[in-house]
Design a binder for this molecule. Structure first.
Ligand SMILES: O=C(O)C(=O)Cc1ccccc1
Length: 284
């Protein structure tokens, strides 16, 4: 049986681009939302799920982190980093200019990556959020209104749209991290060079303890373990309660990580390993 891979769809999304660059030969299935894709892995309807996690301009995709932490815990088994170029896409029948575009549709992260462009060039267009950039492109392809989508060139091809303006993202070096989630690590075979290996931890602190975060960080610091990300998110149990996601720049091992875990647990912290995984930087 071939491995099945789910992704945030429909066709023409950045997630699909990421999936296509890394996997071939597997069955691919599109999902309308990030939770639906994650749920399908949890229910064994698919083997692997690929969802966006973080963008260099807009930051974390909160829905992904929150769903993984609060609703459905699945191991992270790989990360794919993809360069992101945003383009303004219009229906091929559109013959007007920028001032005729009444609405701009896209995923909230794509809109955020192009705020300056929209502010300066499309000040009067209404902004409409869609579940993905692919969905926005699909909408523009079926509309007779003078509307535009923000998305990639795969979406332009898939939905027969015209690229009206290329590269409208506000900052260069735009990249997005995608998570590969699966219950069984052995299902995933990615025949590409590994750029680095990381371990992601979920840490909760004891409440109202002065210097607790400092002590957490020092557990990594004195072991010379490099952190590439630390992010706090609400626990959803009340104002002031947070959990931390910490990415450590090295694979899990039998000495340092158990040492950190034991030290943090003595402080009253809770430590959960979300995954230890290879990172693949893709050039499109
Ligand atoms: O909507 C998409 O195409 C996605 O895959 C999510 C996303 C949106 C914007 C940048 C990177 C990923």
């Amino acid at each position: 049986m071939t491995t099945s891979i789910g992704y945030l769809g429909p066709k023409g999304t950045f997630t699909k681009l990421a999936v296509d660059t890394v996997f071939n030969g597997e069955t691919k299935r599109s999902f309308d939302t990030i939770p639906e894709c994650i749920d399908a892995v949890a229910k064994n309807e698919i083997d692997i799920g690929v969802v966006p996690l973080e963008n260099a301009i807009e930051g974390t995709v909160q829905l992904t982190v929150d769903y993984l932490v609060h609703q459905v815990r699945l191991p992270i088994i790989a990360e794919i980093v993809v360069p992101i170029q945003q383009h303004l896409l219009v229906n091929s029948a559109f013959k007007g200019n920028l001032s005729h575009i009444k609405e701009v549709h896209s995923h909230s992260h794509a809109i955020a990556q192009c705020h300056q462009y929209i502010h300066q060039k499309l000040p009067n267009a209404g902004i409409h959020f869609t579940s993905s950039t692919g969905r926005a492109a699909e909408l523009v392809s079926t509309s007779e209104q003078p509307i535009a989508a923000i998305g990639n060139k795969l979406a332009a091809t898939e939905y027969g749209l015209t690229v009206y303006t290329e590269d409208i993202h506000d900052y260069p070096n735009n990249h997005t991290r995608f998570l590969v989630l699966a219950k069984d690590k052995n299902l995933v075979k990615i025949n590409l060079p590994i750029n680095t290996e990381k371990t992601s931890l979920l840490i909760t602190l004891p409440s109202d303890q002065a210097g607790a975060l400092h002590q957490v960080l020092s557990a990594f610091a004195w072991r010379r373990m490099n952190l590439s990300k630390i992010e706090s998110r609400p626990m959803k149990t009340g104002l002031g309660n947070y959990f931390f996601i910490i990415d450590v720049d090295q694979p899990f091992d039998d000495v340092l990580f158990p040492g950190v875990k034991a030290e943090l647990e003595t402080l009253g912290c809770n430590v959960t390993i979300l995954g230890t995984y290879p990172v693949f930087n893709i050039a499109l």
